[in-house]
Design a protein around this ligand. Structure first.
Ligand SMILES: Cc1cc2nc3c(=O)[nH]c(=O)nc-3n(C[C@H](O)[C@H](O)[C@H](O)COP(=O)(O)OP(=O)(O)OC[C@H]3O[C@@H](n4cnc5c(N)ncnc54)[C@H](O)[C@@H]3O)c2cc1C
Length: 394
């Protein structure tokens, strides 16, 4: 059996797994990533593709999350200009919109403050004379349109770019390679995984469980058992429709439940509409859009863009990992949880939840925790300074 000895073994090649691989390799450690399918084949290809602070998280007073995300957004705009692009966001207000203009001004003001008050931190009101140019947005009873800036990416390309960067720093990617089980001993972890049906083993100092919606299942495969954290998998669907919204992204309030739904320009002249929040029980691989989600999203789109095509050309569902709680998923914390098997000497750390936007900050936080166990090494790079290149441009 082949043996890979490494400092950090990462389970999962989504944005968090590759982010940790990059951070660990940059810190001078030997890293191996196991990915069972393809890079970004889980949630990291099914996000809304926004690199944003999350304006709506201000409502839930998640200030540190918004501030950190805005900081990461600015960093990614600098480090990955071919992958992360600034985008205009429009928020229309009608008489029935629950978030009134004064509240929007307040929220956008705080957002601007957290963004650093640069030229792209500013928001404005769109003059009435320009409303007709807003991609067919319903102007009947329209009272106000705000415009602010955030950013958009291609989540798959971003994940691939971060993995490429990790590999350039020496990380190894095994794909497809499926984690099966691990035995934790006082000085290491013995991880078993399969490649083409063959079982292999890797002895490592630490394991990072970055298996996204599979993380709770992966956590049950450690001997001895590692502490469980109560989380829910919440499904979110996107629809891809013909004809691109040219001016930017639209932040729509759903009339019946006041949730936010985005209408966003996408590749090949299409538009994305998403997302939903449905509690999901079942195998993560089996998640698919539900008829009621389709209907919900088409209804919102029809409501605000009555003359645009509603023909669905593509659709997909992804799973958010959120803290377990009753009630709706919309208001739940998006903060990342990083439970470990042992606080003073962690061998296994799980990444639960989080955002695409904050992957680098999360990876640095993971490394900070693992330094309690890992031997001291000389860093070879800093993730805040490593440029990321689009794999498409190679
Ligand atoms: C609908 C939706 C919209 C979102 N929109 C945004 C957004 O606009 N902006 C934003 O910042 N965030 C957004 N998010 C959040 C963001 O997408 C996720 O936080 C992020 O993609 C999670 O990445 P991950 O690496 O933790 O998980 P994943 O991307 O799911 O990666 C886990 C990986 O682990 C692999 N794996 C699982 N089990 C094993 C095993 N046994 N062996 C080997 N590999 C294994 C899987 O194949 C998978 O590739 C959104 C999430 C959802 C669901």
């Amino acid at each position: 059996m082949a043996t890979y000895d490494c400092d950090v073994l990462v389970i999962g090649g989504g944005i968090h797994g590759v982010g940790v691989a990059q951070a660990a390799a940059a810190a001078g450690y030997e890293v191996v990533v196991l990915e069972q399918n393809d890079l970004a084949s889980g949630t990291s290809s099914r996000s809304s593709k926004l690199i944003h602070g999350g304006l709506r998280y201000l409502e839930g007073a998640q200030f540190s999350l918004v501030r950190e995300s805005l900081h990461e957004r600015e960093l990614l705009l600098r480090l990955a200009p071919t992958l992360v692009k600034r985008q205009k966001f429009f928020i229309p207000i009608y008489p029935e919109t629950s978030r009134r203009p004064w509240l929007m001004r307040l929220g956008l003001g705080v957002y601007a403050l957290f963004s650093g008050m640069g030229p792209y931190a500013r928001f404005r009101s769109i003059p009435k004379a320009e409303w007709e140019a807003l991609d067919g947005l319903k102007t009947d009873r329209l009272q106000h349109v705000f415009q602010y800036w955030d950013a958009q990416t291609d989540d798959v390309l971003l994940t691939q770019a971060v993995m490429n960067s990790a590999q350039q720093l020496g990380a190894r990617l095994l794909c497809p390679a499926r984690f099966v089980t691990a035995e934790i001993s006082p000085d290491s972890c013995l991880v078993s995984y399969t490649v083409n049906g063959q079982t292999k083993q890797c002895k490592c100092l630490t394991v990072v469980n970055a298996a996204g919606p599979w993380a709770r299942h992966v956590a049950t495969q450690f001997i001895p058992r590692i502490p469980d954290v109560a989380v829910d998998n919440v499904q979110g669907t996107h629809l891809e429709l013909p004809g691109k919204v040219e001016r930017g992204c639209y932040y729509m309030e759903v009339p019946q439940d006041k949730r936010a739904v985005f209408v966003m320009p996408w590749k090949n002249g299409t538009t994305l509409v998403g997302t939903t929040e449905h509690h999901y029980i079942g195998e993560p691989d089996a998640v698919v859009p539900l008829p009621e989600e389709r209907e919900y999203l088409i209804d919102v789109y029809q409501h605000y863009f009555p003359n645009r095509s509603k023909e669905i050309i593509n659709e997909w569902a992804g799973l958010r990992v959120l803290p377990a709680a009753g009630g709706t998923a919309f208001g739940r914390s998006r903060e990342t949880q990083l439970p470990v098997d042992n606080e003073s000497n962690p061998r296994v750390l799980s990444i639960l939840g989080g955002k695409l936007t904050g992957y680098r900050a999360t990876a640095e936080q993971v490394m900070h925790t693992l330094y309690r166990t890992l031997p001291k090494k000389e860093p070879i790079a800093q993730t805040s300074k490593i440029p990321l290149h689009s794999p498409e441009l190679k």
